[in-house]
Design a protein around this ligand. Structure first.
Ligand SMILES: Nc1ncnc2c1ncn2[C@@H]1O[C@H](COP(=O)(O)OP(=O)(O)OP(=O)(O)O)[C@@H](O)[C@H]1O
Ligand SMILES: [Mg+2]
Length: 307
């Protein structure tokens, strides 16, 4: 469980995080999104005890990251994709031995063997970390973060710089891990990753929270219209009740707002104009919706449906 209220952090004259509040329940897999400089990493650093907030209260797994940093370290796992948490000059296996001793991990050898096979670390288990490829290093880092069976996992851009296949492997692992009831806060710029893994999305912008809801909420509420294209047997007769964005012989495309009307209702009304042979529904893609939140965060905050 993560509970954040009024969290703020200023660097010199710049308000990096500005009154952020949210809760993540046990077992939730939540994405933390936002443009570069939005304050995501600063937030994660305050949640993990690396940085002290100027104001606000934080509890992670029932503990204060500031007052109980050492105790909290046993309850959380942290991966920063940009930096390794392993010892650069040591073989991967030695880093795991050190971590097992530091965290007094129960049945550490069994746990390491399990993670080694789940994340496919065998080929470089005895290789120094500095000689690993990025994809290998990230898999080792994720395994290391999970060695002590943490209750809450923070992943800050874990797949940044990975190729498509390496990303897919990490994503598959995280998806399996999420299904086991883990609590995860994932920071990423990869929206396919968000769709595959996260039930809920937090969007930060300019240090503030611009959206908190499910991917489905975002789809419904971001005001990006859904398009429905209908192919008729003959030329449709009459005008559709929704704006036609394209009309060409036997094909008609209308645009409608999912939050106002269901696709079934729209389709039934279009059926009045002629015999339908085929339909195509174009859902607004996540990228478009998130782009709107990045460009107009204030609008999002002023819209009561968007927080
Ligand atoms: N240690 C620091 N000292 C001074 N300014 C900082 C420091 N860390 C972050 N900042 C500033 O705070 C703001 C938020 O940075 P943060 O790293 O949290 O962004 P982010 O959302 O993680 O961005 P990105 O997507 O690029 O990783 C930025 O303007 C950044 O320059
Ligand atoms: Mg960051």
């Amino acid at each position: 469980m993560i509970e954040v209220l009024g969290l703020s952090k200023r660097f010199g004259g710049h308000q990096a995080v500005d009154g952020v509040a949210f809760r993540v329940e046990p077992g939730e897999f939540v994405a933390l999104l936002g443009p570069n400089g939005a304050g995501k990493s600063t937030t994660v650093k305050m949640l993990t005890g690396i940085l002290h907030p100027d104001a606000g209260s934080v509890r992670v797994a029932g503990r204060s990251p500031q007052r109980e940093r050492r105790a909290l370290a046993r309850e959380i796992g942290v991966v920063f994709g940009q930096r390794t948490g392993l010892w650069w000059d040591l073989p991967v296996c030695d880093s795991f031995d050190l971590l097992a001793a530091m965290y007094r991990v129960r049945a550490a050898a069994e746990r390491a063997a399990e993670l080694r096979s789940l994340l496919d670390l065998d080929g470089f288990w005895h290789t120094p970390v500095r000689r690993l490829s990025l994809g290998q290093r990230v898999r080792a880092d994720i395994a290391a973060a999970l060695l002590h069976r943490p209750k809450v996992l923070f992943l800050d851009e874990p797949t940044v710089g990975l190729d498509l296949l390496a990303k897919e492997r990490v994503r598959e692992f995280l998806s399996g891990y999420g299904r086991q009831g883990a609590t995860v806060l994932l920071t990423t710029h990869d929206l396919a990753e968000v769709e595959a893994l996260c039930g809920r999305v937090l969007v930060m912008n300019g240090g503030r929270l611009a959206f908190d809801g499910t991917v489905a909420d975002l789809r419904q509420r971001a005001g990006v219209p859904t398009l429905l294209t209908v192919e008729y047997a003959g030329e449709p007769v009459g005008e559709p009740a929704w704006p036609a964005v394209a009309r060409d012989g036997r094909s008609l495309t209308v645009s409608f707002d999912r939050s106002q009307v269901g696709a079934g209702t729209v389709l039934a009304a279009l059926g009045e104009l002629g015999e339908i042979l085929d339909i195509r529904l174009h859902e607004p893609d996540l990228e478009k919706m998130v782009r709107r939140l990045y460009l107009h965060p204030a609008c999002a905050r002023d819209d009561p449906r968007l927080l």
